[in-house]
Design a protein around this ligand. Structure first.
Ligand code: 8X3
Length: 258
């Protein structure tokens, strides 16, 4: 792996949604790249266990239970830092796969709250600390759903388009300041929870998402792209990186082996 930015060893990387999947894998990747990682998620036991594991392996990790939709809690969290090198906005996810005609407005609201407002909260609260580091990076983990739509996806697609727009607009607004804005847009990633959460715990429906797909991406594959983007030299801004498994040409064109 390429060398981390020179000051990585002394720098802090905050990862949201670090209790599992892409967030946990990203925390591992950034810890291995020399960052002091701060793991946030609602599930305290999970982030504490991961922090313990990383510390036992010689890295520096701390766990901070946080709900990204709770603005007061996010502001309180931000007071813990003078500077932050990296913020990975990973918390989010999908709820339901219903057509527009019958989708639950409450699912749409919750997806907007976590994927967009959660990212907004963390970014607003930590932007001064990222700037104060003299070399900050904001990562928005969006999705291929932030770039095109598919039937049954509209609620999630709308939220991820929101996350994409946040990243693109922020990059325009802060150009000239020492903060990069990186968007990573993963396609089909098989994690323990993404599809299960989307289908309210229905294992059969969740399994169907990946049925016949030889090798969906793993959380580690996506973490690898995030870590790569973050560890480019400071003047290199990976604006947008779309990453899919080889078997997926678009959200609706997936090769399945029968
Ligand atoms: C996940 C990709 O295809 O389920 O962000 O929308 S998809």
């Amino acid at each position: 792996m390429a060398a981390a930015t020179p000051s990585a060893a002394s720098r802090i990387a905050v990862v949201t949604g670090a209790s599992g999947g892409i967030g946990a894998a990203t925390a591992r990747g950034l810890a291995e790249a020399g960052y002091r990682v701060v793991l946030t998620a609602r599930r305290k036991d999970r982030i504490e266990a991961l922090a313990e594991e990383l510390n036992a392996a010689g890295h520096t990790a701390t766990a901070y239970p946080l709900d990204v939709t709770d603005r007061a809690a996010v502001d309180e969290f931000a007071t813990a830092f003078k500077t932050v090198g990296v913020l990975v906005n990973n918390a989010g996810g999908a709820l339901g796969a219903d057509p527009v005609a019958t989708g639950d407005p409450e699912d749409w609201r919750r997806m907007y709250e976590t994927n967009v407002i959660g990212t907004l909260h963390l970014t607003q609260a930590l932007l001064p600390k990222l700037e104060a580091s003299g070399d900050g990076t904001v990562v928005v983990v969006s999705s291929t759903a932030g770039h095109s739509t598919y039937e049954g996806g509209a609620g999630y697609v709308a939220a991820k388009h929101g996350a994409h727009v946040l990243a693109e607009t922020l990059r325009l607004e802060i150009v000239g300041r020492p903060v990069r804005v990186v968007e990573i847009a993963p396609g089909m990633v098989k994690t323990d929870e993404f599809a299960l959460t989307r289908f309210g715990g229905d294992e059969a429906k969740a399994a169907k998402v990946y049925e016949g797909v030889a090798e969906p991406l793993t959380a580690a594959d996506v973490a690898d792209t995030i870590t790569w983007a973050v560890t480019r030299p400071s003047h290199v801004n990976i604006d947008l990186l779309v990453v899919r498994p080889r078997a997926q040409a678009s959200n609706s064109k997936v090769h399945r082996e029968r």
